[in-house]
Ligand binder design. Structure first.
Ligand SMILES: Cc1ncc(C[n+]2csc(CCOP(=O)(O)OP(=O)(O)O)c2C)c(N)n1
Ligand SMILES: [Mg+2]
Length: 547
């Protein structure tokens, strides 16, 4: 006989879980108690937003569901932001929520929510477990759904009496997602379409990417001299040093790359949803029937034809598809110049225009490109600082970028906590802004508590610059709601027990970065920047003049 809490934790263990993120609640004490003597490491966060974002990042970096445990009502709603990111980003995740006892259900008991209804729109699935006996069955289904097709978040509500009751039931099994290979007919057609192309572009995106997928897609692109671009925040999907790599279809997209997607005559999308960001608000590729010949490969049939009608839709697991691609006879490329021009534009775009002010983010990024080892993990939240962090970074291996494709602020710090727990031996750098950081700064306490020497690079421009930029474009000079009066960030870091410094000049960054690493503690390096340089290509004063 085992309690429901124990049965649940046993299912997590047999599915290979090694980390779980929580804010505790009395609604799921039997689960906590079972974790007391489990090999799963329980990380206590300071806000459910942090716990959920950390779990999301775990799913993104490992491909196995990230685990987040929270209490009912307020705990679950605070965790919602991480569930939303897992959905938008296609990351596997399980949110386990305490629930009122079965006998109180439907009375709007204390902190009671109908989870199927609340999370119905943002999770892949959400339901309530009805008895301890059926926990193995429910958990197998939850793992299977989180991993199948397009990975995503699953929410399970656990009534407290279900967790406390005892049952005599056998364990489930470790869930492995179905692997689906592309058909020979589809591959033949793909090769034919490619042979007819003159300006092809491969676009890689989320949906079950792995290191093998990276290797195989790169091999295929290089063998066929094909240019390959990454969707927003999928920059670690292809080695950026490859002659085939041509850049990222992200926010503040390079115009030359945007032009290449617009002018391509064939787009081979491997994973991804060709969403609003990589298509520049659906303009580079126009729904429903784009000018470009579209081959869309996705593990989930429901994503194919949802926004764009592909000329060839291939349902396949990305790893199987990529390995099949490698086995295709290369096509004699007619697009050699098109690819090398795109590559040259990418390299040109890596060069930063000097910035006003004493701290130049372009130079900081140029230093990090040479200083960070290939396995260093980079995280971020949302803000204009990410435009520098993305444009001037170079990724060489899969699983090194944990950034929210959902564009959610507050993600970077908890994601760095997760990354450093998964990879204790690696350097983990969190890029954040003055607005972004404060949204999840309590997780600095988590980093201190678990001895995680993450390095936080905090770009301080005294405002929510992204919104200010849009505001100045549409309502010039009418600044409202976007100014920030900030805490003393190094002092705040010290108060948490972290290392903290303000880096006043570009030339001081290198030594400060080394001191941060040498401190062996979580570090916050504040980079005060001139608000005039609101984005790598945009000056605040020019925005006003133009308006
Ligand atoms: C959770 C959340 N709330 C609000 C926004 C809207 N938003 C996007 S960027 C941004 C400003 C970020 O400010 P900061 O971190 O200082 O970065 P900056 O743009 O100044 O570089 C805001 C408010 C968002 N993306 N996510
Ligand atoms: Mg800011």
């Amino acid at each position: 006989m085992r309690t429901g809490g124990r049965i649940l934790v046993d299912q997590l263990e047999l599915n290979g879980a090694d980390l779980a993120f929580c804010v505790p609640g009395e609604s799921y004490l039997p689960v906590l108690d079972a974790l007391y003597d489990s090999p799963i490491r329980l990380i206590t966060c300071r806000h459910e937003q942090g716990a959920a974002n950390a779990a999301e990042a775990y799913g993104k970096l490992t491909g196995r569901p990230g685990l987040c445990l929270v209490t009912r009502g307020p705990g679950a709603t605070q965790a919602a932001v991480g569930v939303h990111t897992a959905k938008q980003d296609s990351s596997p995740m399980l949110l386990l929520v305490g629930q009122v006892p079965r006998a109180f259900r439907g009375r709007e008991a204390w902190q009671e929510l109908d989870y199927a209804q609340v999370f119905g729109g943002i999770a892949k699935a959400a339901w309530e477990v009805d008895s301890a006996e059926r926990i193995p069955e429910h958990m197998a289904e939850a793992y299977s759904l989180a991993l199948a097709g397009r990975p995503g978040p699953v929410v399970l509500a656990l009534p407290e009496d279900v967790l406390a009751e005892e049952a005599d039931v056998a364990d489930g099994i470790r869930v492995e997602p179905e692997r689906v290979a592309p058909s020979g007919v589809d591959l033949d057609r793909l090769r034919e379409l490619l042979a007819d192309a003159e300006r092809p572009l491969v676009v890689v995106g989320e949906g079950g990417w792995t290191a093998e997928t990276s290797r195989d897609v790169q091999m295929f692109c290089e063998a066929n001299a094909l240019p390959v671009a990454c969707a927003f925040r999928c920059q670690d999907f292809v080695d950026n040093r490859s002659p085939s790599y041509v850049g990222v279809l992200g926010v503040a997209m390079d115009e030359a790359l945007a032009g290449r997607l617009r002018d391509a005559d064939l787009v081979l999308a491997i994973g991804g949803r060709l969403g609003e960001v990589p298509t520049l608000r659906y303009t580079l590729l126009e729904p429903p029937d784009p000018r470009q010949t579209l081959i869309h490969v996705h593990p989930d049939a429901r994503e194919l034809g949802r926004v764009y009608e592909p000329d060839l839709a291939i349902v396949a697991t990305l790893t199987e598809f990529a390995s099949a691609l490698c086995a295709l006879d290369p096509v004699e490329p007619r697009w050699g110049e098109w690819t090398s021009a795109a590559r040259a534009d990418y390299e040109e775009n890596l060069r930063a225009v000097p910035m006003e002010g004493d701290v130049d983010l372009g130079e900081v990024m140029a230093f990090l490109r040479t200083r960070l080892p290939g396995d260093a993990v980079q995280t971020c939240g949302a803000g204009n600082f990410t435009v520098w962090a993305h444009r001037f970074a170079e990724f060489t291996q899969f699983g090194t970028q944990a950034c929210p494709r959902s564009g959610s602020m507050g993600y970077g710090l908890p994601a760095a906590v997760a990354a450093q727990l998964i990879h204790p031996e690696r350097i983990v750098v969190c890029f954040t802004g003055d607005g972004d950081f404060v949204m999840s700064s309590p997780e600095l306490a988590t980093a201190v508590q678990y001895d995680l020497p993450i390095v936080v690079l905090l770009v301080n421009n005294g405002m929510y610059a992204t919104i200010r930029m849009h505001q100045e474009r549409q309502f010039p000079g009418r600044v409202v709601g976007t100014d920030l009066e900030n805490p003393d960030f190094p002092a705040l870091a010290h108060a948490y027990g972290a290392h903290g410094e303000r880096v006043e000049r570009t030339g001081d960054f290198e030594a400060a970065f080394d001191r941060a690493l040498a401190s062996g503690r979580p570090s916050v390096l504040e980079l005060p920047v001139d608000p005039e340089r609101i984005s790598p290509r945009v000056r605040l004063s020019e925005l006003r003049e133009r308006a």
